[in-house]
Design a protein around this ligand. Structure first.
Ligand SMILES: *[C@@H]1O[C@H](CO)[C@@H](O)[C@H](O)[C@H]1NC(C)=O
Ligand SMILES: *[C@@H]1O[C@H](CO)[C@@H](O)[C@H](O)[C@H]1NC(C)=O
Ligand SMILES: *[C@@H]1O[C@H](CO)[C@@H](O)[C@H](O)[C@H]1NC(C)=O
Ligand SMILES: *[C@@H]1O[C@H](CO)[C@@H](O)[C@H](O)[C@H]1NC(C)=O
Ligand SMILES: *[C@@H]1O[C@H](CO)[C@@H](O)[C@H](O)[C@H]1NC(C)=O
Length: 401
């Protein structure tokens, strides 16, 4: 048995290094809620992956541009104080902690494309550039094709990796005055990679149609815990050397489903889960656990208007009520918030790209049938020092052809 005093020290260390400042916790709580509502409102036909941190960041950057009732609403949903510089400072601190390019490749870029006919206040673009790191470009939206070409050139010159994700049509410029865009890419190697020769094929069949999953397998010392409060087991698969980023695999206990576990996740703080995993590892050592994880790729596209509406943001979407008077003289409202995320998980690591907004892709082969997998799970790709959810997804269905 290790000395008791040691444990006390560790607990203190953890809470200090996590720094559960109200601000990080606000972002995390927003993320969990958004993830839950997106899953619930999407219906169960498609597996959804979102990047809650990106949505939160984009909305935060516009929060202080709103006024009147819209500000009342936004400040309530995001628990914002009146003091803008304080929030901007906290926002920057969090961003510095979340986007750390050491071993793991993580890139986030923000873009703002606005119509030259929009009467923006002289300092509003500068605020977004300085405080929220936007690359802003003024375009003539009345010449949609030229505007689209120009936007594509700008995006491609900044983020090589999103080339295949963005298809912008001239129609996106018709009837709109501004497009805000975020591209986040994440490429990381597992700290403990899977061995390719342990990967086996799980077959699925339903009548004439069939398909399969390549199931990766490993037995390793990992942080893992059964959480009664969640009705699930949580296993942490760290990336890189320092474990700053990791994937939390959340598997519902038998008799419980993904939706129920997500609902509980809203009440159990992610901090507590991370602390529980670390304290458990210190007390009992990292356990030798068996992990089965499919090698998979998901391409998800969601519209986030209704989950956000459900969280209390209604004014911002309302043509006549939205008030972004601090940003522009003209009336503006948010038309659509869409997001595309592609995830690719292999034996060696994970690659994720997300773009907000999401544009249509060329259609892919449609499956004959989509059926539930034997062991569905939730995966959260996190920056663990701040408990920030970079990506949250569900794996519950496979396609049969
Ligand atoms: C707002 O926050 C900044 C930074 O935290 C602080 O320096 C300033 O005094 C605050 N202003 C007010 C009016 O509270
Ligand atoms: C990611 O960001 C780094 C540092 O800002 C930059 O040097 C690199 O080119 C970016 N990579 C991609 C693929 O955009
Ligand atoms: C633009 O708005 C007009 C008038 O509301 C509508 O008829 C048209 O379909 C819209 N075009 C697009 C591409 O959304
Ligand atoms: C992977 O498994 C094979 C067969 O069990 C073994 O020979 C090989 O050494 C393993 N590779 C690693 C990197 O552990
Ligand atoms: C975030 O949610 C947790 C769990 O519901 C709660 O304990 C905590 O107070 C919340 N934090 C904030 C800043 O609202």
């Amino acid at each position: 048995m290790r000395p008791f005093i040691f444990l006390i020290f560790i607990i203190f260390f953890i809470s200090a290094s996590f720094g559960d400042s109200g601000f990080d916790s606000m972002s995390t709580n927003f993320s969990v809620k958004l993830f839950y509502l997106t899953h619930t409102l999407q219906g169960s036909d498609l597996d959804v992956v979102i990047s809650p941190y990106t949505v939160w960041s984009l909305l935060m950057s516009m929060a202080y541009e709103s006024a009147g009732m819209t500000w009342e609403e936004v400040s309530k949903v995001f628990s914002l104080s009146e003091n803008r510089s304080e929030i901007v400072e906290e926002f920057r601190k969090l961003r510095t902690s979340v986007l750390v390019n050491e071993g793991t490749l993580i890139n986030s870029s923000n873009f703002l494309f606005y119509d030259e006919h929009l009467n923006v206040h002289s300092d509003s673009i500068r605020r977004l550039e300085n405080d929220f790191r936007f690359t802003a470009q003024r375009l003539n939206f009345e010449a949609p094709q030229l505007a689209a070409d120009s936007m594509l050139r700008t995006l491609h010159s900044h983020s090589a990796n999103i080339r295949n994700l963005i298809r912008i049509g001239a129609e996106d410029f018709v009837n709109s005055t501004m497009i805000m865009c975020n591209c986040l890419s994440f490429t990381a190697r597992w700290s403990k990679p899977f061995n390719v020769s342990d990967t086996s094929r799980d077959l699925y069949r339903d009548g004439n149609v069939k398909g399969g999953v390549n199931m990766m397998y490993m037995k390793a010392q990992l942080r893992s815990s059964n959480l009664e409060s969640l009705h699930a087991s949580v296993t942490e698969l760290p990336y890189g050397d320092d474990g700053r980023y990791s994937m939390l695999l959340v598997r519902p206990d038998s008799g419980h489903d993904v939706g129920g576990v997500l609902e509980r996740l809203r009440e159990v703080s992610l901090w507590d889960i991370l602390i529980n995993l670390r304290v458990g590892a210190v007390l009992f050592g990292e356990r030798e656990v068996e992990v089965k994880l499919p090698r998979f790729a998901i391409n998800s596209r969601v519209t986030l208007n209704s989950p956000l509406f459900n969280m209390g943001l209604s004014n911002v979407f309302d043509r006549s009520l939205a008030n972004f008077n601090k940003f522009a003289e003209d009336k503006m409202y948010i038309g659509d918030i869409t997001q595309r995320v592609t995830v690719d998980i292999t034996e060696s690591g994970t690659t994720v790209h997300s773009t907000t907004p999401a544009y249509a892709l060329q259609t892919t082969r449609t499956p004959a049938k989509r059926i539930p997998v034997k062991e569905p799970f939730i995966f959260l790709i996190m920056e663990t020092y701040s408990a920030t959810i970079l990506f949250g997804g569900i794996y519950s269905k496979i396609d049969l052809y």
